[in-house]
Design a protein. Structure first.
Length: 132
């Protein structure tokens, strides 16, 4: 099964996505759900409007989409689920700095991005081990 990696970013007015590893797949919308739906529409549009020999190899068989966020887009999208205070506890990065990333006042260095990812993965691992 092929994996198509979609990079999601937010501009001032909308979210956009483009494939990191499959030419010709672009999507946009007012929110993440719209971008995801538009991505599937883009793939179907390629299949509907182009001959098979012009399709990207990744969509000729079974494929799955992987969503990759930039830090500001991730923080904005998931702020409805996790507060900056909670993100601070997960990552060890203070709320003010996270707010700067969220509001595009600064760009996280690779080390900070890695801390955010590690904190989120650790939290997700803890959630997966919970039973009732």
């Amino acid at each position: 099964m092929e994996k198509i990696i979609m990079l999601i970013g937010k501009s001032k007015d909308y979210y956009g996505a483009m494939s990191e590893n499959c030419d010709g797949i672009y999507a946009a919308g007012p929110d993440i759900e719209s971008v995801k739906a538009d991505t599937y529409k883009a793939i179907e549009g390629i299949k509907r409007n182009l001959p098979v020999d012009r399709w990207p190899e990744q969509i000729k068989g079974d494929y799955e989409l992987e969503w990759k966020f930039d830090v500001p887009s991730f923080l904005e999208y998931y702020s409805g689920f996790m507060s900056l205070a909670g993100m601070e506890k997960m990552t060890g990065i203070n709320q003010k700095q996270l707010s700067n990333y969220l509001n595009h006042r600064s760009v996280p260095r690779k080390k900070q991005t890695d801390r955010i990812i590690a904190g989120i993965h650790q939290f997700a691992h803890e959630l997966l081990s919970i039973t009732f």
